[in-house]
Design a protein around this ligand. Structure first.
Ligand SMILES: [Zn+2]
Length: 448
């Protein structure tokens, strides 16, 4: 009884971690990649043949000369054979909990089932070479913890927690019969899940933002304008007022992090920037003036080349399908503006409700060669994306450098059978072409 009481007390006081921690192994694992050419995440060409030593979770040494290893310590050697070693890929607009279920299954399904589905998808995500995702909304904190604890293989997750929206905004999936909402009344299903929270005043926004931060959000996501997949929000609608957006920005910045917003139209983008938002998701309907503003203020644009198949999630003739067509038509112009004004641009996919499309996650990256060189494309999905992850500051759950192959960086690495700069389509077939997948210094795949 005394022991049990202590256990409970220890849990309450947060002592469990120290009282019952596993003893740390004094010897960190050593893995040596021999004879690899390196795409370092920043350069537009591969290095000469190199050797790379990973100790524990970190890249310790990169050298042209052989790296001597003490055979007694049990170094694992991977004979690279001139293949390409590159940083793990990063997807900056992911919804780990919403890739596989349908909308109906998400809103009506059992949370245990949804979590197991998301766990299986997280493993597939890692096996496609995506070693990090920035999750742009959904109840993902448990999944992140299970991955970090080694319970299920998956990518590093930078969680936003619930998307924060307004009544009728993008992410409000309630039916009109559920109105009116009484503040303090039971939550809608989407809110119970932690998928999207509704907030209709600066005070409510502050509460919802702080709840996500308490839960471990590394950044905050609001929907500043209408969206494709939502039943009520017209694309042209601006949802939050500037005061509401500013309340979110203040709460996030007080916590050391930032707000990013879902926004397509010039007015919703401009208002978000005026309120102090640091990153725009999508931006597909922006105009030249808005692009100039984004560039001048150093705001990030996290945008996507949506494939036409994404619209297939919505029945032909449906309102959602019509909205998808309007947004998709803006893709080309958005990338042209992003290039013309040298906007800091991040890569993400935003795959929703389509396990089939998720299998083509790498293809969606390779599609960017319509606007960028292969090297620019790969740099965007590695070092540039990692730079945006850095906006989370001290809320970064994975201290260390991501998105690069350099001494001292975290060892999230892919060994590619070929040169992805010369042939970017290699990343479209990860099962065949990524012969080694490493995250945090651990091998999750080694076909050599
Ligand atoms: Zn999204």
């Amino acid at each position: 009884m005394v022991v049990r009481a202590f256990t409970v007390l220890a849990a309450v006081l947060g002592l469990v971690g120290t009282a019952f921690a596993q003893p740390q192994s004094a010897e960190l694992s050593l893995i040596l990649f021999e004879n690899v050419r390196i795409f370092d995440g920043k350069s537009d060409s591969l290095s000469a043949n190199m050797n790379v030593l990973v100790r524990g979770s970190t890249i310790e040494k990169i050298s042209k000369d052989p790296i001597p290893v003490n055979p007694g310590i049990g170094t694992k050697t991977i004979v690279g054979g001139g293949r390409t070693l590159m940083p793990g890929l990063i997807d900056m607009h992911w919804h780990a909990m919403m890739v596989r279920p349908t909308v109906a299954a998400l809103l009506g399904g059992d949370i245990g089932y949804l979590n197991l589905m998301a766990g299986a998808e997280a493993t597939d995500t890692l096996m496609r070479g995506f070693t990090t995702v920035r999750d742009m909304g959904g109840p993902v904190f448990g999944l992140k913890r299970a991955i970090d604890d080694g319970i299920v293989p998956g990518p590093r997750i930078y969680p936003s927690g619930a998307i924060i929206t307004v009544t009728g905004g993008h992410g409000d999936f309630r039916q009109p019969v559920e109105l009116p909402r009484t503040i303090g009344a039971p939550q809608s299903r989407g809110e119970q899940l932690g998928a999207a929270m509704i907030a209709d005043s600066p005070d409510e926004v502050r509460v919802r933002v702080r709840e996500q931060l308490l839960s471990g959000a590394t950044q905050i996501k609001l929907t500043a304008g209408g969206g494709v997949a939502s039943p009520h929000s017209p694309l042209d609608a601006s949802t939050f007022t500037e005061a509401e957006l500013r309340a979110a920005v203040e709460a996030a910045e007080n916590w050391g992090t930032y707000v990013t917003v879902h926004a397509y139209t010039p007015i919703s983008i401009q208002r978000a920037i005026a309120a102090g938002v640091k990153c725009i998701e999508h931006g597909h309907l922006m105009d030249q003036q808005t692009a100039e503003l984004i560039a001048a203020k150093g705001i990030w644009l996290s945008t996507q080349a949506f494939p036409d198949e994404l619209a297939d999630a919505f029945p032909p003739g449906s309102l959602e399908r019509l909205k998808a067509n309007v947004v998709f038509a803006g893709t080309d112009r958005t990338f042209e503006l992003a290039k013309k004004y040298r906007i800091k641009t991040a890569f993400g996919t935003d795959i929703l409700f389509s396990p089939q499309l998720a299998q083509r996650q790498g293809s969606l990256l390779a599609m960017l060669v319509r606007w960028y060189t292969p090297a620019e494309t790969l740099i965007m999905a590695t070092a540039t994306n990692a730079e945006l992850l850095g906006l989370s500051g001290k809320r970064n759950p994975y201290p260390g450098k991501l998105g690069v192959v350099e001494e001292g960086a975290l060892a999230d690495l892919l060994l590619v059978d070929g040169d992805p700069i010369a042939n970017i389509t290699l990343i479209e077939q990860p099962a065949k072409n990524f012969v080694v997948i490493m995250k945090d210094g651990k091998l999750y795949k080694n076909n050599l």
